[in-house]
Design a protein around this ligand. Structure first.
Ligand SMILES: *[C@@H]1O[C@H](CO)[C@@H](O)[C@H](O)[C@H]1NC(C)=O
Ligand SMILES: *[C@@H]1O[C@H](CO)[C@@H](O)[C@H](O)[C@H]1NC(C)=O
Length: 188
């Protein structure tokens, strides 16, 4: 009798472990990488020049969640990406000496950890005035950025690009280790 009760407890425990594992797997799998400006347009002056609201229009169609990332792809000889602190700076196209953050490689995945309103502009002031700017709001609980690979990204490398993939590969290995733990309990 005692052994049987113990056994059903194990089954419940395993079910709980599996539930946790599966939900964290699903949580990881829904992270999205949004190519800023869309797959064809990307982060480029010409598109903003055609229509000054181009990037804001694009951003309004994006549902941004914490854990997602924004991929900026551009020619780094003429463009960059700055994250600004305030709406006032954003509206005025102020290029601060110390922006919240700055990216210059031409292939930059910006990981979104926190909910809130984000302001991005091109670091070339004229480009911001002509439309290389957008604001976007993110919702969701805090998600820690996946660790960057050691020694990467080097200049011009796409290592940044690889970082969000860690969200995908991390979940299955977590699932695997939890399954191993569950199996251990079943065997006991
Ligand atoms: C936003 O989405 C709507 C509906 O899918 C679409 O018609 C529109 O072209 C999109 N706008 C941009 C700027 O992508
Ligand atoms: C700019 O892009 C070129 C070509 O991809 C790359 O070789 C260079 O390292 C980049 N510069 C910086 C500062 O990342």
């Amino acid at each position: 009798m005692a052994a049987m009760r113990q056994g059903s407890g194990d089954v419940l425990f395993c079910a709980a472990v599996l539930l946790v594992a599966v939900s964290s797997f699903l949580e990881g799998a829904v992270a999205v990488q949004h190519v800023v400006g869309g797959e064809v347009s990307k982060w480029s002056f010409l598109h903003a020049n055609n229509k000054a609201s181009f990037y804001n229009d694009w951003a309004q169609n994006v549902t941004l969640k914490t854990g997602d990332s924004l991929l900026f792809q551009y020619n780094n000889a003429t463009h960059s990406v700055l994250q600004l602190a305030t709406e006032a700076e954003f509206t005025a196209c102020t290029v601060p000496k110390t922006p919240v953050d700055k990216w210059v490689t031409g292939n930059d995945a910006v990981f979104i950890s926190k909910a809130g309103t984000y302001y991005f502009i091109c670091g070339t002031p004229v480009h911001c005035n002509q439309g290389m700017k957008f604001t976007i709001a993110a919702t969701g609980d805090f998600v820690a950025a996946p660790p960057r690979p050691v020694g990467a990204p080097g200049p011009g490398q796409t290592a940044n690009h690889a970082a969000p993939t860690a969200v995908f590969s991390g979940a299955p290995s977590l699932l695997l280790s939890l399954l191993l733990i569950a199996t251990t309990f079943v065997t006991l």
